[in-house]
Ligand binder design. Structure first.
Ligand code: GUN
Length: 291
């Protein structure tokens, strides 16, 4: 039997969405404003199509306006930049999200930098990245923000904890490390070149695994009672030949040792869109406050 408390990301994400919906209602009543989110999808990547559909549905369910822009895979960089320019100028659009990855003819960095930082609900613009690392108010990347909410659901005060982040990507590892620093954790960012990774992870009261390697984190890497947040979503073939989703954490083993653990699916995954909706409302609030 697993000893760890299972962190229910689905339920916590639903709670976040309810609180976003209440805030949207209040904005409508008090300011006569409905927050709007533009999602841009270039090409037909099947996983991206699923994400974009879910984003649109949850945006409308929260009472906000969703604008979808689907462009062919052959779209040029100039065409995409011109659309972003229009969205930046539009008063109805408070958040802009360009679904990644983009086709190879488009320079992703240029596109991210073209988005108005005030509307950058992904938190990927260098201005927002810089503000986050300077400890200033900013739009924060959604998956990292979700990880912090999940960790706090078991331990509301993270101050002083030893946190080990495995993975140093711009989308998860680095921003989650910044957020943990802001929570007064002692943060170590481990990665593929880290010496004695199991030894480093064993120090952690809080582990965030974001490496993209199926079931890499083993049970004997975990300090008894630690909180384990698994950001991995890996499709692997099970013993029955069917494909299934697993995280970066060997769940069954780690759950014997950890104090709390997020499952895959149903852990970090549902939090990403919930935090995107949260960012969209926050962006709308800031934009009307400055208007
Ligand atoms: N593709 C996969 N995850 C994400 C994300 O969080 N934001 C964007 N824009 N694209 C993605």
């Amino acid at each position: 039997m697993a000893a760890a408390r299972v962190i229910d990301g689905k339920a916590i994400a639903a709670e976040v969405r309810r609180s976003v919906a209440a805030e949207v209602e209040q904005l409508k009543n008090e300011k006569g404003l409905t927050p709007g989110l533009a999602v841009v999808l270039v090409g037909e990547d099947p996983a991206s199509q699923v994400y974009v559909r879910n984003k649109a549905r949850q945006t409308t369910e929260a009472g906000m306006r969703s604008f979808e822009h689907r462009l062919p895979a052959s779209t040029s960089e100039a065409e995409l930049l011109s659309l972003i320019d229009d969205l930046n100028r539009s008063k109805d659009m408070h958040g802009i999200l360009v679904q990644l990855p983009l086709p190879p003819q488009i320079d992703t960095r240029k596109v991210i930098e073209a988005i108005d930082p005030a509307k950058d609900v992904d938190g990927f613009h260098p201005i927002n990245v810089g503000r986050l690392s300077a400890g200033e108010r900013s739009l924060v990347p959604c998956t990292p923000a979700g990880c912090i909410i999940l960790a706090k659901s078991v331990q509301p005060e993270l101050r002083g904890l030893e946190a080990v982040v495995i993975g140093r990507s711009n989308i998860v590892g680095k921003p989650v490390a910044q957020l943990l620093l802001r929570e007064d954790c002692t943060v170590t960012v481990a990665h593929s070149r880290t010496r004695d990774l199991p030894g480093v992870v064993r120090r952690a009261d809080l582990v965030v695994a974001a490496v993209g390697r199926p079931e890499m984190v083993r049970g004997d890497w975990i300090k008894p009672g630690a909180i384990v947040i698994d950001v991995g979503i890996n499709r692997v073939e099970g013993p029955d030949g069917k494909s299934r989703l697993v995280g970066d954490v060997a769940y069954e083993e780690v759950a014997q040792v950890a104090g709390a653990i997020t499952p895959v699916p149903g852990g970090v995954g549902p939090m990403t869109i919930a935090c995107l909706l949260k960012n969209t409302v926050a962006a709308a609030r800031d934009q009307i406050a400055r208007a």
